[in-house]
Design a protein around this ligand. Sequence first.
Ligand code: AMP
Ligand code: ZN
Length: 492
Amino acid sequence: MELHKTQQLQIYNSLSKKKETFTPIHEGAIGMYVCGPTVYSNVHLGNCRTFLSFDLVFRYLKHLGFKVRYVRNITDAGHLENDADSGEDRIAKKARIEEIEPMEVVQRYTIDFHNTMAKFNALPPSIEPTATGHIIEQIGIIEEILKKGFAYERNGSVYFDVLKFNESHQYGKLSGRNLEDMIANSRELEGQSDKKNPQDFALWKRAEPQHIMRWTSPWSDGFPGWHLECTAMSTKYLGEQFDIHGGGMDLKFPHHECEIAQSEAFCSKTPVNYWMHANMLTLNGQKMAKSTGNNILPNEIFSGENTVLAKPFSPTVTKFFMYQAHYRSILDFSSDALEAAEKGYNRLMDAINQLDKLPTGNETTMDIAAWKQSCYDAMNDDFNSPILIAQLFEAAKFINSVKDAKASITAEDLATLKTTLHAFVFDVLGLQEVAAGSQNTGKLSGAVELLIQLRNEARANKDFATSDKIRDELATIGIQLKDGKDGTTFSL
Ligand code: AMP
Ligand code: ZN
């Protein structure tokens, strides 16, 4: 029997703002859509946190035995600067600056995204559609919304009529915004826009002559509005109504609010049953973002080439650090937090590596069945990975006690303990089975730190021949030492 028949999953729904018992539209099968990256630069660790949060959701749903169709798009057109309805397309801007084709930009950063997700051992989605591959579908939806009277055309552009929509629907229900307040707090200079109201948003934009990413439409040569692609692709692959829609918290408004409005105008149905929003990763207390430069790239963490961390950390430790916080909590990135995560990860892997060597006895001094259910309870409670990890540490403690003959376990319970630990650590959390490799990274760090200490002693004794030798020999094997005001760090 599939696990989902015995395990009751609760999901926090951003729409109702409470935890709800999860019931899929079709028994045993789930449709899930997650907004993917805009591929105009390398994904930073903040982006990765959101995608890894949904990788955890995807993995757990699959573990429960659901058949999941997971659609995550690639935004390769229509996303303008400042998430606005006017300005330059982010991808076209990068192409202009680098003097390459927009599709070269798309190709380069899609590959980077895939490589990064693979390093984190994230599963690929079931379908990964692109905005440019669905222009026809987007035009079809605009025609329908125009027909229903919820949009209007001005000078070759088509806008969604938010005020008209709000007469019969509720615009703002996801983000908790009230249209009257939005109107009272907005101002748009006369004559600067074709919109009837500043709250209206673009479904189609006529392209200015210099705008190179353009397609033919009944209204003009132009391009689709950013929100429309997700409505087009989710409807096409998951239907007019589907189970789960996810994205980062910052997409709630306007992006997801507009998606709801478009779908309700287009097919008179509420598109999504459970809206899930992942919270932000911060650096120095501020949101990690491409635009502000306050970010760190995954490869900078793995190589150690950055100004934040004292040493490199592996993808699996970085992911473990992220899963030690619940996906709806803000998480701050720091060297100390990663050091602590690495210690915890190694402790867990050490325990798992003990499993095959543990002696078994006639009785078990821990309630293994209750412990196993507590792992499920944690994940059933809105994918609470930090509580799950706390349970995994409980098991690690018990394993060490058995090893030290302070506790005992039967062969049968040991088998259950092993399969459960493996399922949660490797299948659900998706941590990599490079336990030895990761521990070697920890040991390597210890060895390099010892050499740094010896070099410091040599320098203090004015023995520069020795200190230079240590630095140069390390460099020849690919370990760079960096002297800074806070001491010496290294990168691989
Ligand atoms: P973008 O490529 O800008 O469209 O963003 C891709 C995804 O990353 C979206 O779901 C964003 O909400 C998410 N995101 C952006 N910045 C952060 C951050 N600092 N922490 C977590 N998620 C983020
Ligand atoms: Zn989207």
